[in-house]
Design a protein around this ligand. Sequence first.
Ligand code: LMR
Length: 394
Amino acid sequence: MFESLNAQPADKILALMAAYKVDPRDTKIDLGVGVYKDATGLTPIMRSVKAAERQLWERETTKSYTGLAGDAGFHDAMRDLILGDTVPPESFAAAATPGGTGAVRQGLELIAMASPEATVWISAPTWPNHPSIINYLGMKMGEYRYFDAESRAVDFNGMLTDLSGAKPGDVVLLHGCCHNPTGANLNASQWQEVADLLISKGLIPFVDIAYQGFGDGLEADAYGVRRLAKTQPEMLIAASCSKNFGVYRERVGLLMAVSQDGSKTALNQQTLSHLNRQNFSFPPDHGARLVTMVLTDPALRADWAAELEDVRLGMLKLRKQLADTLRKRTGSDRFGFLADHRGMFSRLGATPEQVEAMRVSHGIYMVGDSRMNIAGLNEASIPVLADAIVEAGV
Ligand code: LMR
């Protein structure tokens, strides 16, 4: 049997992570995988998460199974965080999943089950694992323009034009905030236009939200997903807690199904639980429980929000410093977009050859499409990166 296996395509982000690890240069700079790092290069455990973990260690009396869809307290706390009061509980079904990727995967499986002829429309570009999972599941896929390579901003006309060509019942995968890999995001009026288009064309939104709190703040980053939840008859949301709670390896995610028609909710819930049972049975609980404790304890929540805000402001400062340094080095404002982008990533706009040249000469690791993890920078590495960008002729 095993001899008939074919090698699978490598994930470019994970391959880059491995290459960085074995590079012996101590001057190397990791701008690859989307993991937050502080100025010393550490990915810290957040204070509130550590405090919750201590409490849990003391108080937890059993490791027996939770519900198939995870703990209801986790669903409620996440609904409040992501959707605020836009969705009444009776319109909302949810299932905890292993990470945001687990939620994306389960959401796609639900779509394939309910609507096998639907095309899933992804932004061009998007997180590489989106098309990879869609292809793996043998689903139909379409691409809508999203990024204008010249201005490094959203190609909004292209997006609307391409989505206008979708057929009723198709699904549109949207990044809730902090678009990965570009860092270019929709503004409030653009979200409204997208919401109107989805309704008029009968398209169903599937929002992947993995960086709430990293862009313009916890509330502002939820604007788009809340707008859709208010206006669309039905939608799916895949949420990750990996980044904004720093619980990457605990695998904490939630798939949510929202239906204005509350009579669908019981069936949605049953389907989400069934999908969990088929794929992995009970979802991991430890990380989800920590997140729930942080979100429901006012003191822990306040401390978490404050630490997250520091992280966000730190990344904004790095963005500004890099844009300023490049302005001085080039005498132009052509890298000003770095300060306008939001979230962990920016797409620099370098060619694969220029990206490779920066890796070879300076040990700078960014994804081949020139996606940079801004959190991988610090005050010392910014001038090094700016020089490398200029030297590579970006
Ligand atoms: C990324 O985009 O780098 C992260 O979401 C990590 C991953 O799993 O790819």
